[in-house]
Ligand binder design. Structure first.
Ligand code: KIV
Length: 262
């Protein structure tokens, strides 16, 4: 049976770190499931690592659905978290229709980027039975506005805004949230202020769980790898071993250390 939303909340309550990795195909889904990854993120970063685009913008809801269905067929335990891609949640009703499509095809939760601005959409989905994961900090779907993937929360105003965003998506009913690319002490402050689990990616060791792109942590793109993406294949005898090491290090809190944090 797959992990439930309640199980994820229980993990936070028990200080049991949540392990998440992106997953896009049946072979890796089996391997990741066998190694006990708690949550598979069918992330829109597949636009870059699977489809060869230079951003997440071109990814469609059908793309997410296709890769999600591949992962579902060969896994039994992981909670399936499906990204809502760019342009699929412009208003509550359209977001609802797109989220229903993913839920009816096997998602256990959907993820959307944004803070206060997406709170009404989150409430609309949650009130209709759809668990939602937030995503604050760096939000890659805004690349055409921001112009670069740069670290967030660098001054007090930015930190206050991140905390406000976290609190508003929590109030809106989000079950958990991703924190992307911010100093470790900012990840810590947000995690301490929120009751819902925080899942960090480049947000330091104090988050309630960690997520990485599978292709980054297997060092498929060494020339593009961000600082936070540890190469777990280095020193491992196999991909399976690398995943095992990731689970161990997230669970025992040794990843991410200061070499992989800001
Ligand atoms: O699509 C993705 O890989 C993500 C992570 C950055 C969390 O959303």
């Amino acid at each position: 049976m797959r992990l439930s939303v309640n199980k994820i909340l229980e993990m936070k309550a028990n200080n049991d770190k949540i392990t998440m990795l992106t997953c896009t195909d049946a072979s890796f889904a089996k391997l990741l499931d066998d190694e006990g990854i708690d949550v598979f993120l069918i992330g829109d970063s597949l636009g870059m690592v699977i489809q060869g685009f230079d951003s997440t913008i071109p990814v469609s809801i059908d793309d997410i659905n296709y890769h999600m269905e591949c992962c579902i067929r060969t896994s039994k335990r992981a909670l399936i978290l499906a990204d809502m891609p760019f342009g699929t949640y412009p208003d509550p009703q359209i977001a609802y229709e797109n989220a229903v499509f993913l839920m009816q095809n096997g998602a256990s939760m959907v993820k959307l980027e944004g803070g206060e601005n997406v709170a009404p959409i989150i409430t609309y989905l949650v009130e209709r039975g759809i668990p939602v994961c937030g995503h604050i900090g760096l939000t890659p779907q805004s690349i055409n506005l921001t112009g670069s993937y740069k670290i967030q929360g660098k001054n007090k105003d930015q930190v206050d805004k991140l905390i406000k965003d976290g609190l508003s998506i929590q109030k809106a009913g989000a079950t958990m949230t991703v924190l992307e690319l911010m100093p470790s002490n900012v990840g810590k402050q947000i995690t301490e202020k929120l009751k819902i689990p925080t899942i960090g990616i480049g947000a330091g060791k104090f988050c309630d769980g960690q997520v990485l792109n599978l292709y980054d942590m297997l060092d498929v793109y060494p020339e593009k790898k961000p600082k936070f993406a540890k190469n777990f294949l280095a020193g491992s005898s196999s991909i399976k071993d690398a995943i095992k090491k990731y689970v161990e290090e997230v669970k025992n809190g040794t990843f991410p250390d200061e070499n992989y944090s800001y």
